[in-house]
Every structure is written in structure tokens, then in C-alpha cells.
Design a protein around this ligand. Structure first.
Ligand SMILES: Cc1ncc(COP(=O)(O)O)c(C=O)c1O
Length: 381
């Protein structure tokens, strides 16, 4: 079985997708058009965000959000050392320096006390990342932010549907982002992303920058695009076809999230007695924030051999993440060393993501779990 497969769902989604595609042809606008606006509205409704700005990837959303928040050369942004590369590269793209901190072993999110220690006079933002299934400890991080007078910006790329204290991921500070990369909980058929925020100025700046700063008073055009550039931006317009796919999928999202949770219960139950495997742990959080399972990440002894065994029996897996950010060659100039962040370094050697998507069957879950059991019964090599 593939690590990710959405073909079966696609068949039932297709009539809705086709309806949206027909409307795109009728409007004749294929990028940053009516479907993007419709999706922005639907995401505002789903998340409770006051503003949503569709762009062409989660990475671009992060870069634009950081720039809109005024992050620039000479600034520091505190980020967890364990995340997808984009978390740190987006900071780097603004000219600022990512300052890494270690993570909490249960949630894989930045550790609040270490975050506090990393804040300096140059720190202009603290950027928690909510990974895999749960949010960072936003209560403690909000305290750090308020005590140090440094704003929060969230890399909420993986966390559509996650709430903390009733507030959706991405809306606890200046703003956050969503990635609609195909494997995400809400995925497109290609790249797409979005900035979400309650701050109008931030939203306006992101909307400007996604389209070369071109937003004026031209009547009858989407977002009033004009030929005068108000500020220097980039081309990060949202693809209308991706917006169409996402519009068809968003009404099915709650069902998809529930199906993922059901599959996780099956994985948890079947893996519980395998002592070489640690199933995911959910850190205690306020009542309203149950996990949303984007990735089912186990920690396993002899992880690489287990991954090879699973590949041999036809099970695709992924490692999120094999190398922490502070040890990435691109950040060698920052001078971090192996041993600086032991929790993340240990996780990087042990984690393995198993297939998890709504189309997965209970039979497939059992095949994955039986194959893992077989591997360790044979001695784990
Ligand atoms: C934590 C995190 N940040 C940022 C991104 C970047 O999103 P995208 O792949 O849409 O550019 C991703 C997704 O891949 C992610 O998982």
C-alpha cells in the first residue's frame, strides 16, 4: 500500500470538482479568481479567521506572513529545531536568523521554557509549529510571548481542524498558515496554501505581496488588481483548479478527520503490546483541542530496518523528520552541533510515519500492524 493514496475518495469528489471547474471555464480566469475568493470565504468560516489569503503554497504563505509582520534582516525568530524545512527556510528568506530550540518529547512542538531562554533583544517573533496531530503548548507559549513582549506567528501548515482553547491553530498570535499540499488533512491535487489571520493590516499586506504588490482600484477585477505596484511582492497567486478541488473537499473535511481518528484507534489498539514501538502520545491540553490526525507517527527500535521490512511487504512509510533543522547543511553557518538538542535528535533517529488517509481500510491497518509485529518477533533485524 502506498504511503498516501486518495484515488477512491476522488471518485466521489469528482462531480463536485467538475462543477467548480465548469464555473472556472465560464469565468475564464484560471489563477487567483472567483474560486480562490470562494475558498477564502469557506476557510474563514471553517477556522473562524477574520481574513484568509490564498497563495500557491504553505511555504509562500509563511514567507509572506513573516514579511507582512515586518520580519527582516538582522531580526531573530525563535523556531523549533524539529519541523519541515520550510519553517526555518521561510525565516531565512526574510533575511532574519532562525534561532532553534529543542522540542517536547510527546508533542514534538517547541518547549516553552527553552523558548523563553532563547529570546534576545533581536527576537522579533516566536514561531511554534503544530506537528502531526496536536498543537504546541499555546498556553505556556502565550505567557512567554507576553512576558517577553515578542509576538507569536504560527506555522500551522499541518493543523487545519486543530483548536486550542476554542481558537483555531494560526489564530493565537499575529497569524498562521495552512498548507494544502496533497497529503495534508485538507490536500489539493498540487501545491496551494493560505495565510489566516485576524489582523486586517497583515491580511492586506499578504494580499498585496502575493500579486507583485498590485492592488488598486481597478473596477471589476478580483481584489481590485491594478498595474501600479504598491510594494514589492512576488507571484504567489492561488491556482483556481486547486481552489476548485479544495472547495469540493472542504465540506467533507470533518468526516475525513473522523475517519482518520477511527483508523488511529485501530493502529493504537493493535500496536499497544509491541514493546519496541511507542505509539503517539497526546500532551494534555484544554478540553476543546482534541487531536486531528494528519500523520500517525510511531517511534520504533531499529527504525530503518523496520522501514525496509515494511517496504519489502509493500507498505510505504515516511520519516518526519530524518534530520533536525539545526543539523541541516543549509544552516551550518549558524554553528549548531550534534548534541545541542537531544530530544529532537533522538526523535529523528526513531520516528516513522505509517500510512494514514481516509481511504485506508481496516484490513490494511491490520496488515501494517501484523508486519510490524512479525519484524520484532523475528528479532527486529
Ligand atoms: C510544518 C510545515 N511547515 C510548512 C510547510 C510548507 O507547506 P508547503 O509544502 O505547502 O509549501 C509544511 C508542509 O509541507 C509543513 O508541514
Amino acid at each position: 500500500m502506498a504511503f498516501f493514496d486518495a484515488r477512491r475518495s476522488f471518485e466521489s469528489e469528482w462531480p463536485d470538482i467538475e462543477k467548480h471547474l465548469d464555473e472556472i471555464f465560464a469565468y475564464g480566469k484560471y489563477s487567483h479568481g472567483h474560486k480562490t475568493l470562494e475558498l477564502e470565504k469557506a476557510v474563514r468560516q471553517f477556522t473562524g479567521a477574520a481574513f484568509a489569503v490564498g497563495v500557491n503554497s504553505g511555504t509562500d504563505a509563511l514567507i509572506l506572513l513573516l514579511r507582512a509582520a515586518g520580519i527582516k534582516s538582522g531580526d531573530e525568530v525563535v523556531v523549533p529545531c524539529y519541523s519541515f524545512f520550510a519553517t526555518a527556510s521561510a525565516v531565512h528568506h526574510t533575511g532574519a536568523t532562525p534561532v532553534f530550540v529543542d522540542i517536547d518529547a510527546a508533542s514534538y512542538a517547541m518547549q516553552p521554557d527553552l523558548t523563553r531562554q532563547a529570546v534576545t533583544n533581536a527576537t522579533k517573533a516566536i514561531m511554534p509549529v503544530h506537528l502531526f496531530s496536536q498543537m504546541a503548548d499555546m498556553g505556556a507559549l502565550a505567557e512567554v510571548a507576553s512576558d517577553t513582549n515578542v509576538p507569536l506567528i504560527e506555522d500551522s501548515a499541518e493543523s487545519i481542524g486543530m483548536f486550542y482553547g476554542g481558537v483555531h491553530a494560526g489564530l493565537h498570535g499575529i497569524g498562521g498558515v495552512l498548507s494544502f499540499f496533497p497529503t495534508k488533512t485538507l490536500g489539493a491535487l498540487g501545491d496551494a496554501g493560505m495565510v489566516i489571520t485576524n489582523n486586517q493590516l497583515i491580511a492586506d499586506r499578504c494580499a498585496l505581496m502575493r500579486h507583485h504588490g498590485r492592488m488598486g482600484v481597478t473596477a471589476g477585477k478580483i481584489s481590485g488588481i491594478s498595474n501600479a505596484a504598491a510594494l514589492s511582492g512576488t507571484n504567489s497567486k492561488m491556482d483556481e483548479v486547486q481552489a476548485a478541488v479544495l472547495l469540493a473537499r472542504l465540506p467533507r473535511l470533518s468526516r475525513a478527520i473522523a475517519r482518520r481518528a477511527e483508523l488511529v484507534r485501530q493502529f493504537d489498539a493493535q500496536l499497544a503490546d509491541i514493546e519496541q514501538v511507542r505509539t503517539p502520545r497526546i500532551a494534555p491540553r484544554p478540553v476543546s483541542s482534541g487531536p486531528v490526525w494528519y500523520v500517525y507517527l510511531i517511534e520504533a527500535e531499529n527504525r530503518d530496518l523496520l522501514a525496509s521490512h515494511l517496504a519489502a511487504v509493500g507498505v510505504g512509510t515516511e520519516i518526519y523528520y530524518p534530520r533536525p533543522l539545526h543539523l541541516q547543511p543549509a544552516f551550518a553557518h549558524l554553528g549548531y552541533r550534534y548534541g545541542d538538542f537531544p530530544v529532537a535528535e533522538r526523535a529523528a533517529q526513531r520516528v516513522l510515519a505509517l500510512p494514514l488517509y481516509p481511504d485506508l481500510t481496516s484490513g490494511q491497518v491490520s496488515h501494517v500492524c501484523d508486519s510490524i509485529r512479525e519484524f520484532y518477533t523475528r528479532g527486529g533485524r
